[in-house]
Design a protein around this ligand. Sequence first.
Ligand SMILES: C[S@@+](CC[C@H](N)C(=O)[O-])C[C@H]1O[C@@H](n2cnc3c(N)ncnc32)[C@H](O)[C@@H]1O
Length: 204
Amino acid sequence: MTNESDATTSTDVDWDARAASFDDEPDHGLRAPDVRRAWAERLRGWLPGRAADVLDLGCGTGSLSLLAAEQGHRVTGVDRSSNMVALARAKLAGRDAVFLVGDAAEPPVGEERFDVVLVRHVLWALPDPGRALRHWRELLRPGGRLVLIEGVCGTVTPAGIPADRLTALLAPLAGQVRVDRLSDDALLWGRAVDDERYAVVATV
Ligand SMILES: C[S@@+](CC[C@H](N)C(=O)[O-])C[C@H]1O[C@@H](n2cnc3c(N)ncnc32)[C@H](O)[C@@H]1O
């Protein structure tokens, strides 16, 4: 997740300009083995136990896409920033993965359907999160799931989407909704955090 100063301006961020240094944050690049392992273990618990088709929206440099691919899943990543997509393509070269430039709210995937829509730190910045969620549900196969990793970043100028607001938006769309609280797991972030961080797994 972005730091305090980023949190105030995330909707206006020039992601193309930030792409080259994006992975410098521990939870972005997942370069430290313990941080990487922590995310891999969480992801294994959120994704299906069999090989699945995963749509990673706002995929950034593809760090979560790579973990999913390493766990045997087929990945389609979408990001509006062409620089982010170029880095994701390089990161997953030779893997069962494709990356597209496009809007996460209306990904350019045509009639293709997925077992998982995976979104980390993107939903809150979309102009109409409820509309995006309704569209994402339509992109899922029967029994598919939304895996949404979000939070409220920063304590001085908080920015984000609280878990109770997200679960309220999901209530009419999903059958089972599970919330995993992530704030206490410092390994995920590479440091202790005191703001709200969570993952929602919503099965349709
Ligand atoms: C905080 S980064 C998260 C990247 C990645 N999901 C991760 O967790 O490492 C936000 C990403 O969302 C992308 N993004 C923001 N708004 C978007 C939109 N409307 N459509 C597609 N991508 C978007 C940005 O380009 C950036 O790569």
